[in-house]
Every structure is written in structure tokens, then in C-alpha cells.
Design a protein around this ligand. Structure first.
Ligand code: GLN
Length: 202
């Protein structure tokens, strides 16, 4: 089964581990460079992106994660995790950094206080039926993206809330907390396909 990690510095790590395990993956928390080196894919959880960024730097994880992204390791970020994958962010706290890799601009906390949290059924053409029941919690949105990034879903107002580019997948909402498994399954497919390619090559 796919050996995957969930970055376990802050955020909803357990929910992601549960979904990945239910899908048959060998999923474990990742906090240290040697733990990252032992997995084939990484989930960046929801939480607080500025805190995860700070802890990643304190734990010596920023550079290894950037190198893994550059090497093509599949990653899936939800909410704060999407922010961490973005090359550019709006609404960052002072000094906040990202891992980057996704050629996109992501705006933090874009839904005003009245709609800071909301749920909606989202059409995601790549996933087909049924629509995704999406839970947004102080969520970001993608406001610009480059030619290699492909939006997978948007809200009726046009804001992009799911996007992928190569091995990187990001959603502004939290499938891990609603029993929605198709994004995680897509991530695991990427991990297995990449492994297949490596095995053929070696
Ligand atoms: N607002 C958070 C941030 O900017 C993200 C919220 C979440 O992950 N649910 O990091």
C-alpha cells in the first residue's frame, strides 16, 4: 500500500490519517526530515498556516519539504495546507512563508466574518457525481493561477476553491471532516502512479 505522511506540526492531522488509512494507505504522522524521507506522498492539513510555517522552519522541515516538492513528491493540502503550497499569498502575517510549488496566488481568510464558516455542495467535474459536500472554515481562495495550474472547482461567485498542478493538489475546504474520500483517493493514485514509474525505471 502507499506509504504516505501527514505533516503533524499543527492542525487536523488525525482526520487525514483516518481517511488515508480507511483508503488502505500506510499513513503516518511526519514531523522530522527522516520521517519525510520515508514516505512517498505528504498531506498538509488544515489548521493555521502561519503556525505550521513557523513550526516547519523550527523543526528544519521547510527545506526538505521544498526539495520533496521540487522532486515531484505528490502532496495534498487542505485549507491551511493549500496556503502552504501556494507560491504567493495575500493576507499573510508578517514574515509568513510558504513551501510553494503551486503557481498560484491564495488569499487567506477571504470569506468575511459572517461567512467565516459555511458548507455548500460543490460541483467538481473531475470527480463527477455526486457533488462534493464542502465545509469551509476561515477558508482561503485561489485568486490567480499560472498556465500549468488547473482549477478543479469554483464557488458560484467564481472564486476557485480546488486546484491542481502536476503532483500538487489543494482544496480550500476540508474533505477529511465530511467523509469525502475522492480527493485523498486522487492523491493516493498519484503516489502509486509515481511509484510505478520509478519501479519501471529501476
Ligand atoms: N485561516 C487559516 C489559515 O490562514 C486556514 C483555516 C483552516 O485551515 N481551516 O491558515
Amino acid at each position: 500500500s502507499a506509504r504516505v505522511g501527514v505533516l503533524a506540526l499543527q492542525g487536523d492531522v488525525r482526520e487525514h490519517l483516518a481517511v488515508l488509512t480507511a483508503l488502505g494507505a500506510d499513513a503516518r504522522p511526519v514531523r522530522r526530515p527522516q520521517e519525510l524521507a520515508a514516505v512517498e506522498g505528504l498531506v498538509l492539513p488544515g489548521g493555521e498556516s502561519s503556525v505550521i510555517d513557523k513550526l516547519a522552519r523550527a523543526f528544519g522541515m521547510q527545506q526538505p519539504i521544498r526539495e520533496a516538492i521540487a522532486a515531484g513528491m505528490p502532496m495534498y493540502g487542505t485549507c491551511a495546507g493549500l496556503i502552504l503550497l501556494a507560491d504567493r499569498i495575500d493576507g499573510a502575517i508578517e514574515g509568513q512563508q510558504t513551501f510553494g510549488g503551486l503557481d498560484a496566488r491564495v488569499a487567506r481568510n477571504v470569506f468575511g466574518s459572517q461567512t467565516a464558516s459555511f458548507e455548500t455542495d460543490l460541483d467538481v467535474p473531475t470527480l463527477g457525481d455526486p457533488p462534493v459536500h464542502a465545509v469551509f472554515i476561515r477558508a482561503p481562495a485561489v485568486t490567480e493561477w499560472g498556465p500549468d495550474a488547473e482549477p478543479l472547482a469554483s464557488l458560484p461567485d467564481g472564486r476557485v476553491v480546488a486546484i491542481e498542478q502536476g503532483a500538487l493538489l489543494g482544496t480550500a475546504f476540508h474533505p477529511e471532516s465530511t467523509g469525502e474520500t475522492r480527493f485523498h483517493a486522487r492523491f493516493l493514485d498519484r503516489v502509486r502512479n509515481r511509484r510505478g514509474a520509478d519501479v519501471v525505471a529501476s
